[in-house]
Design a protein around this ligand. Structure first.
Ligand code: PLP
Length: 393
């Protein structure tokens, strides 16, 4: 059975071209880039090239890139750095729909005595810039607003948000893990202090990421150790990963046009096909301000997990917007923040495409999904328009 992989917001296939680029740096060119000998030195040069490639896709200076182990490390480093560098400022602003890499960190910081404002979103998953403006305080240390949401694909007005925040002299961080490689980014034109990306979302391997730190932004390292990354992140570099990330960024720039035309058309074809074929289905996320690859749909009266299991049986990989916590299926924090009604929130499925997907795969899912939903609805206890009174989401 072939696999139809529509779960690219979870992770992506390593591009074979990226793999070829990193391959020599395991068994042949394995020197330590910090070594004095030329065997290590040649690796150091290659790291420099990777740094330039990452900087090019973001429109920043290579010296402003710090390699990390993942997106989570980048988010943690940026926020903790801002707090450590400004000990008299103890207020953080972020949104209710951030990834756990930010949300669980700030909730942890609240327990340590920091103050937190969580910005809400409307029913399309969009933030309100007036609410952002009103949330800023003299003791706000950092504002963290994701560029694009991993569950719905909704793209936030990061440029406007950064302008508002910087006009108050406050540090601005954006988790761009889902945005880099999918939509153009030019840090030359944006007053952003910290930006985070992760390799495995853009066809590089897992376990490599990057943090942009604007020159002049106060910075305190999270990983304290050797002098790697010019003292900004201790630890021997993940050489093959960094080289892969550089190549993946170069390829992302080359494929940006395709991402916003062919991949978008595939996603739109899937969206139109499913909405037309399956009644009582709604789109979660912004109709237009959305990543070109992401489609989050809710099917009334069915459980997302049940849909995923039946999709899995025919080789289709997708994600659901609920997580099984303490034995009950809770709709995701993102759908709850958007106020998606209970009967829809539980039946959400996220399809996320990439340049490796085809029209045949889309048409296969459009053909198969109506049968799956019909089958599940025929056995659903909720189809009679009732929902358990204990659930208010
Ligand atoms: N931020 C967002 C928006 C994400 O989607 C993810 C991963 O799903 C992360 C952060 C964490 O990235 P990593 O898995 O590289 O730690």
């Amino acid at each position: 059975m072939r696999t139809v992989y529509f779960d690219n917001n979870a992770t992506t296939r390593v591009d074979p071209v990226v793999f070829e680029e990193m391959r020599p740096y395991f068994c042949d060119l394995y020197g330590n880039p910090s070594s004095m000998h030329s065997f290590g030195g040649q690796v150091g040069k290659k790291l420099g090239e990777a740094r330039e490639r990452v900087a090019a896709v973001l429109g920043c200076d290579p010296a402003e890139i710090v390699f990390t182990s993942c997106g989570t490390e980048g988010d943690n480093t940026a926020i903790r750095s801002a707090l450590e560098a400004q000990p008299d400022k103890r207020h953080i602003v972020t949104t209710k729909v951030e990834h756990p890499a930010v949300l669980n960190l700030v909730n942890h910081l609240v327990k340590k005595g920091y103050h937190l404002t969580l910005l809400g979103v409307d029913e399309q998953g969009m933030i309100d810039l007036d609410e952002l403006r009103d949330s800023l305080r003299d003791d706000t240390a950092i504002v963290s607003i994701m560029w694009a949401n991993n569950e719905t694909g909704t793209v936030f007005p990061v440029a406007e948000a950064a302008d508002i925040v910087k006009s108050r002299g406050i540090l601005f961080h954006t988790d761009a893990v889902q945005a880099v490689g999918k939509i153009p980014i030019d840090l030359r034109a944006l007053p952003i202090d910290f930006l985070v990306l992760s390799g495995h979302k853009l066809h590089a391997p897992k376990g490599i990421g990057a943090l942009f730190v604007r020159r002049g932004t106060p910075f305190r390292p999270f990983m304290i150790g050797g002098h790697q990354e010019r003292g900004r992140r201790g630890g021997t570099e993940n050489v093959p990963g960094i080289i892969a990330l550089g190549k993946a960024c170069e390829l992302a720039a080359a494929h940006m046009e395709e991402e916003n035309t062919r991949v978008r058309e595939l996603r739109d074809r899937l969206e139109r096909g499913l909405l037309a074929a399956i009644p009582d289905t709604r789109l979660n996320g912004h109709p237009t301000e959305r990543l070109p690859n992401t489609l989050n749909l809710s099917f009334k009266f069915v459980e997302g997990e049940a849909i995923l299991l039946l999709l899995d049986q025919i080789g289709v990989c997708a994600s659901s917007g609920s997580a099984c916590t303490s034995g009950s299926l809770e709709p995701s924090h993102v759908l709850r923040a958007m106020g998606v009604p209970f009967t829809y929130a539980h039946g959400s499925v996220r399809f996320s495409l990439s340049r490796f997907n085809t029209r045949e795969e889309v048409d296969f899912v459009v053909r198969e999904m109506p049968k799956i939903i019909e089958r599940l609805r025929s056995i659903s206890p909720f189809s009679e328009e009732h929902s358990p009174s204990a659930c208010t989401a």
